[in-house]
Design a protein around this ligand. Structure first.
Ligand SMILES: [Zn+2]
Ligand SMILES: [Zn+2]
Length: 271
């Protein structure tokens, strides 16, 4: 039986790593805030072996997405790193990476293939030092006549219509649910970093647009709420708030899943 599986290993402003895999192909999206021993333990638990990982795909240059550990893990298991050229130039200088130490593959804004997976990048809206060129991705797996599609969107201040169109018909979506705007304004009025991230209301609105524009009835079956701020959000009530927001549009069939700073989520399987 063909499948596409997803597990978010880490997600927060201190580290991000998501595994997406089939029986024959696997990728990590970002790989930071998790050390070699921790990732080995997680991969063992989810039965994804490092030799099955064909690439680490980097969203942008911030150190909660790519850090020294990324290179350690890539080097230990000989996994190529897929990264946009502009982002790599910044990261390379920052971590003093020598080109020959790792296999670095530059992706552009165009789709690229990693084994059986088609990766479709799209630009996000995100700033700050070391950011490089930030991207979200759609990951598509075609098996015989069926398509499975996973969307990945974190570290963006807004979601525009072209991004929504990309994310139509994703059966699984990992989406940043960073902050409650009122809470962030109240607790950190002079801070600018939270403004580079997606707020709860914008997430609900994006989910409604994605679902309403999809033809696949299984669109957004699994939605991982990612990159949640500890200080500017309330994870205890977050699922209820998002589900209340989308229920107004009669959307009741999304399985909302919280992601965590220091532990992995359950595995979601798209059949
Ligand atoms: Zn981040
Ligand atoms: Zn970032």
């Amino acid at each position: 039986m063909a499948y596409l599986k997803v597990c978010v290993l880490r997600s927060s402003s201190s580290g991000n790593c998501t595994a997406i895999w089939t029986a024959k192909s696997g990728i990590l999206i970002d790989c930071a805030g998790i050390d070699l021993e921790e990732i080995e333990e997680d991969l063992r638990d989810i039965e994804l072996y490092p030799s099955q990982i064909n690439g680490i795909v980097i969203t942008h240059g911030h150190e909660d997405h790519i850090c020294k550990n990324t290179f350690k893990i890539a080097g230990r298991y000989d996994i190529p790193i897929y990264i946009h050229h502009d982002t790599y130039q910044i990261v390379k200088k920052r971590y003093r990476v020598k080109d020959h130490q790792f296999e670095i593959i530059h992706h552009t804004e165009r789709p690229f293939i990693i084994n059986e997976l088609k990766i479709m990048p799209f630009k996000t809206f995100h700033g700050g030092g070391y950011v490089g060129k930030p991207f979200g991705f759609c990951i598509e797996y075609k098996h015989e006549d069926s398509y499975r599609k996973v969307g990945f969107l974190t570290d963006t201040s807004k979601v525009i219509d072209s991004m929504i169109r990309m994310l139509h018909d994703c059966q699984c979506l990992i989406i940043e649910c960073n902050h409650d705007t009122e809470l962030a304004q109240e607790r950190s009025p002079n801070q600018s970093t939270w403004r580079e991230h997606l707020n709860n209301e914008a997430v609900a609105e994006a989910l409604i647009k994605i679902k309403n524009g999809s033809t696949d009835s299984l669109a957004l079956k699994h939605v991982f709420l990612a990159h949640i701020s500890e200080r500017h959000n309330e994870s205890g009530t977050l699922i209820n708030r998002i589900s209340d927001g989308i229920r107004k549009e009669n959307i009741t069939d999304c399985n909302l899943i919280l992601t965590h700073r220091a532990k992995r989520t359950q595995i979601k399987e798209i059949l």
